[in-house]
Design a protein around this ligand. Sequence first.
Ligand code: SF4
Length: 317
Amino acid sequence: MKNKIKIGVSSCLLGEEVRWNGGHKKDRYVQAALDNYFEYVPTCPEVDVGMGIPRETVALYGVLEDHKMISKKSQTDWTSKMNTYMKGRISTLGKNDLCGYIFKSKSPSCGIGRVPIYSKFGSSKVRYGPGMFASSFMKTLPLIPVEDEGRLHDPVIRENFIVRVFCFNRLQTFLKERFTMGALVSFHTKHKFLILSHSKKQYDAMGKLVANAKKIKTAELKTRYSKLFMAALTYKSTSKKNTDVLLHMTGFLKKILTREEKKNILSVIEDYRNELLPLVVPVTLIYHQVKKHNIEYLLDQVYLNPHPKELMLRNHV
Ligand code: SF4
């Protein structure tokens, strides 16, 4: 891809030997499949605060919203250094046009959830939450899509994450261009079926916002639209929601297709709904007809091409 999308990543996932034991956690999917499309911006918070390689392992102690990061053996308290570091690093990352972040799972610094937080040093009473750096990143830059490499092995989560990354990238480009009501309507219209495949409720809320856009100041409008847009895409896309979208799109073709062609598309959609075929099949079939008959309204729909086909993300959902 010409202009790669910038993605933050835990350094160890790229094969950098920065872990506590001097090793790495190279992730083949992150390295191989996504590398063609993403420009990675790596960060290792524990090395950056001066813990060194190799180093003692650390853990989190306290309550979910207020905990300390302490070395397990020497009991060195890294909390203050980590807090100071996080402020600077996350602010830099925020100015770096990141469109996503892939964190290392379960790490007390980088995990996005399921990280043990012990009530106090020496206690086995434990709760689970995000690691310190990941938590601060998600609070400071809440619209940027995040995932961990473990969850990305699930095809549905993976497809959802990549959709959000590409959408966030398009949103950022759109917001930087000259903002007009026409441009907002056009952006919103192009994403109609994609948003509907995630959440009809959110799509309706966004529709109301766009309809009232003239009454809202531009800065506030951009913020509210961005929040709704990214929130909509976090809803899981299901076979029921996709089926509704596919049938809706087929409606645009009903006067053009022969009876046999229509029957064929409907039968493929039904097979997809019954999980006999992956999503890529009905989408490709519809896209082929849309191109053949040059249905402009549908040709523009991001739903038909939300990410590069080479990633084969819809072959597994
Ligand atoms: S999980 Fe985070 S802190 Fe730990 S080695 Fe990887 S990048 Fe560094």
